[in-house]
Design a protein. Structure first.
Length: 340
């Protein structure tokens, strides 16, 4: 699937950038192959416009912010969050109704990120109940570019068969390659998948899992949100919850911006943030290395019977089917690279 070619994907929200990155001025981002610029308006809310001035095409991200408007660095035309040119300094130092504009996109702040939808979204941004639960803390973990496709990353997120191999140096058990099955229920937003897996618990993970047993278990209730987000909700026997939120935001074909948030029902004293970042990064980097070695566009053959296939591929097969159904419901066919 070439994400930049599937117009339906423009109708979803994507976590694009941590909002705090906008404090010192506008920043560029490429979303689904489209160059956009993000900035903060007068109320401190993030806004997103096409990164191209309607005067002489300069990149607006090279400009700066003034009183909640985005000023083009070439001749100083100023844009509001709706993309209207509200000041042309060569004509007047006062705000004007110029009649000129550049395209504006839906943009909202949620969970510390600026989220953007290039066209009217067909689903709201998914809820994270722990965001407003005082028993949980939110930890900003990673914001990292990966050379892979978002569907590849999503398949991997629900693939229990890779633990013993990709994660053999961290939590995977090399001598137990048979994966646990998921109980999967499809929903309007995607699906949820529940499973309990046994994992290695080396000393550097003890404060993360809340136990010093050499092997422990994770009760997982995970969710997939169309098209490229997931929630991995893990509960350890200690009662600790370790909830990872990932968005595989498509930059262009074969590149994603991976965002990872973590919610935990403990305190900094129980487990310092840096330990949580270091341990999860070690695991996530194992995934990154293998995913960047895969073909971003190759398809899972959904014509194969699931029963005859590895059961652990089932979540990925459902994802692919749901994405194809979504495209077709919007009058699109899948576009793939001819090599795949
Ligand atoms: S190109 Fe932006 S103001 Fe002229
Ligand atoms: Fe993994």
């Amino acid at each position: 699937m070439l994400t930049t070619k599937q117009k339906t994907l423009r109708k979803f929200w994507y976590a694009v950038m941590p909002v705090h990155r906008l404090n010192d001025g506008p920043k560029p981002f490429r979303l689904l192959g489209e160059d956009i610029v993000l900035f903060l308006d007068a109320a401190g809310r993030p806004a997103a416009l096409k990164d191209r001035c309607c005067h002489r095409t300069a990149k607006l991200s090279k400009g700066w912010c003034e009183k909640g408007t985005l000023v083009c660095g070439y001749h100083g035309w100023a844009y509001d969050r709706g993309g209207e040119v509200v000041k042309v300094p060569q004509v007047s130092s006062e705000p004007v109704e110029s009649g000129f504009s550049t395209p504006a996109y839906h943009c909202e702040e949620r969970y510390g990120y600026a989220w953007v939808a290039l066209e009217d979204p067909i689903q709201p941004i998914f809820e994270i109940p722990e965001e407003n639960d005082p028993g949980f803390r939110r930890i900003f973990q990673f914001y990292d570019e990966w050379k892979t496709a978002p569907l590849r990353m999503m398949e991997n997120s629900f693939d229990n068969a890779h633990f013993s191999f990709v994660h053999r140096a961290t939590f995977g058990q090399p001598d137990q390659p048979k994966p646990q099955r998921y109980d999967i229920a499809e929903t309007d937003y995607g699906f949820y998948a529940a499973s309990t897996v046994e994992v290695k618990n080396p000393p550097e993970a003890h404060r993360v899992t809340g136990t010093s047993d050499p092997v422990t278990s994770r009760k997982m209730v995970n969710h997939w949100y169309l098209p490229f987000s997931r929630r991995m909700d893990m509960e350890y026997p200690s009662g600790l919850r370790h909830i990872i939120i990932n968005c595989a935001t498509p930059i262009d074909d074969g590149r994603i911006q991976l965002m990872q948030l973590l919610y935990r029902n403990d305190t900094e004293k129980d487990c310092p943030t840096q330990i949580l970042i270091d341990w999860d990064w070690k695991i996530t980097f194992e995934d990154k290395e293998v995913l960047e070695s895969t073909d971003p566009d190759a398809t899972i053959d959904i014509s194969r019977k699931v029963e005859a296939h590895m059961a652990s591929d089932r979540p990925g097969i459902i994802m692919r089917r749901r994405l194809l159904e979504l495209l077709r419901a919007h009058g699109e066919d899948e576009v793939t690279d001819a090599r795949a």
